[in-house]
Design a protein around this ligand. Sequence first.
Ligand code: B3K
Ligand code: ZN
Length: 880
Amino acid sequence: MKNDTPVEHYLKDYQAPHFEVESVFLEFDLAPLNTQVTNTLKVKNLSQQPKMVLDGENVKLVSVFLDGRDLTAQCEQGKETLTIPTLGLDQFELKIETVIEPQNNTALEGLYRTSGNYCTQCEAEGFRKITYFFDRPDVLTLFTTKIIADKSENSVLLSNGNLIESGELADNRHYAVWQDPFKKPCYLFALVAGNLACVKEVYHSADGRDIDLRIYVEPKNIDKCEHAMDSLIKSMKWDEERFGLIYDLDIYMIVAVDDFNMGAMENKGLNVFNSKFVLAKPDTATDVDYEGIEAVIGHEYFHNWTGNRVTCRDWFQLTLKEGLTVFRDQEFTADMLSPAVKRIEDVKRLRTNQFPEDAGPMSHPIQPQSYIEMNNFYTMTVYEKGAEVVRLYHTLLGENGFRKGMDLYFSRHDGQAVTVEDFRNAMADANGVDLAQMHQWYLQSGTPILSVATDYDAGSKLFTLTLSQRIPKLEGGFKPMLIPVKMALFSEEGASLALNVAVEDRDNIVINGSEGLLKLTETTQKFSFEQVESNPIVSLLRGFSAPVILEYEQSNQDLAKLASFDSDSFVRWESMQTLALREIKRNISNYETGQNLQISDYFAQAFAGVLADSTIDKALKALTLTLPDLTYIGEQYQQMNVDAIYHVHRWLKQELATQYEGQFLTIYADLNKSEKVYRYQKEDIANRKLKNLCLQYLMLLPNQIQLGAEQFTQSSNMTDVLAALESLSHTDSLERQSCLNAFYDKWKEDTLVLDKWFSLQAGSHHLHSLSHVKELVEHKDFVYTNPNRVRSVLGVFGRLNMLGFHQASGEGYRFMAEQVIKLNRINPQVAARIVAPFTHWKRYDQQRQDMMKQALQQILESENLSKDVYEIVSKSLNAG
Ligand code: B3K
Ligand code: ZN
């Protein structure tokens, strides 16, 4: 890095604010290169501070007035601060005028332009790019916002809360004044202006009010809002029913924009969304998109209580709102679709994305202890592991106990900025239990390993499980956590066995029908069951009751049995995954030692058993027949052999396709007959999932390529079209190019659909995918300023294209390093995400390690490196 080393912020340094802001009046006079912001604050000086320090970045200061006195000359401007003398006053009115340039803001943080409209993104620390302020979540205040703009270019002027005034001005300009009746921190502020069309609905809330619902989009997208609106209404109803939480304002607005750094943002009463999570029609969006929209609309809506009404004291508490809100959106999706499928999908996501993060140089506890750039900590760990930790409370306390805890949390903390301890205390106090040990989940990073040994004594009929926990990298410093382990016992024939808990274990095991909940609190602990008639088959970690790695050498026979009869769908799925993983690992060794690759009989039989079973839910069947993904296989090794993993994975899929071609074809043909009209509905989604999985296997057989081409031309919904095109994209067929071309011609005007075209090629296993990706970034439709487009190509390539990115020549690394350096200047947040695959360099062979480190070094030494990229790159190099 050629500039100063950025500072690191620590949780231990937290200090309560010295000032209170009673209210703020913001006035925006919008112009692309010269937006004037006047910020009038009513301030209380709580501890006679002689000076106040406000945050600000990239804002041009015009003037500062304190109670009408011009203090501009007495203020001190730092790189990211403004220091103002308080003149010994206890309270005063401060008026600050600044100028910003939204048109030149390509970082998409603060106020910026997207498709000719204005919008804002303030979380985490973007408000300081709009005006000088106390940019910290524990300063809550009442916002009133006046927006003035040209009328023909900005027919719509929006901000948080209620519209209290609007009118015409000279020179074809107009204005609107919005007032938010709830105190909020500035990260929840939003402003939107532009020419947008709007879809409206009215929601009748449980407390008898009519709430105005509006979705604003570019006029051309007005026919793609129905699903988003349905999702919003479902979310509102669900939160009333499940948590007794009712929406508080009389208006709820969602705005969809094309240029957005993440999924969406929960600004009070005015959510701003990446258009990817709003716009859908059956011919443009897949089932995955539909589900994503429902989940993200739900997530942002649920934040209104978990995040907005009760917010975070500081950014180290981020998981307080994010872990909890992800847990809530997971439960919502489970209730809307299938709880079993949702749980498995979430576990897959966690394992593929969060486990590697937690094993790498950016590993951090769900409550990080320090950060350089807060935006780097919106991670899978804070969000997804955070949600798993919230789920632990739910598992330990049950639905009723959890609800009691939530109720107490809101009644204690409504309107406050609080900490993860406050949440835990509410859970504990509402249920009269001690949950202090749960804090270890917030403090310790790394995925815990839960190892299991069993013992059966036929004479005494006593069955004992010995559970131990550890986090390898914390060796020595590790403190045992509270881990709830759900389990059941089965006979060889699949009958579930009664659980008679030994007297000494009664405090540590909770029985619920045929299921037991073991509360592991020690490093090693025994759990015993009496009167067990025969050596049982153990079904362990049911429902994935804790985010751990299970180390349990269960026999292949037992796993095959669990895969066929366990009443817990997670364990059924997991047992097949474990069998497949063993199969893959065994063949990776064969591959490495030059031996023949072979499918074992027990695996082939178990696979065939699932394939033939017409009683299981089709979505679960599809999940069970899906092999573990490349990243998860890689996770099993300290150092992975990229070529061996890729080769064996492909070989196994191809072998299964060859062996079961007939069965795949029959299922495919059967499912392909039904459902011609697209419906976003559980059964139809499951049908499409299974059908397209069959297609995926079949397309590995050269004689079946035509099947994909036919599905591509004949389908009218995007789920089926894209599944066919994806399978084709991995082939080296003539059909590949002709279908890709046809898709491009049809959809080149639709940004979101075109992203799919880009990402299929970036993720393709085609032998020449690296040169294809190099062409893609030169394509006339590739734009570095659009995060979705960048992620579609560079994000997908780095994360999912094992062969291309990790090409032995190092060409993939060199290409990506150049791209990161380029992006760093345009959009640091996006660049910091794109660089992530490099951070795992330790997991590859020596040659690749050297080349990856070289790429990181080249990035580190580049000019004007942002804090965002610097933090990731320097931490991963230091980990060497
Ligand atoms: N709270 C936002 C994320 C903000 C990310 C800032 N880099 C969206 C969400 O989690 O709901
Ligand atoms: Zn969130």
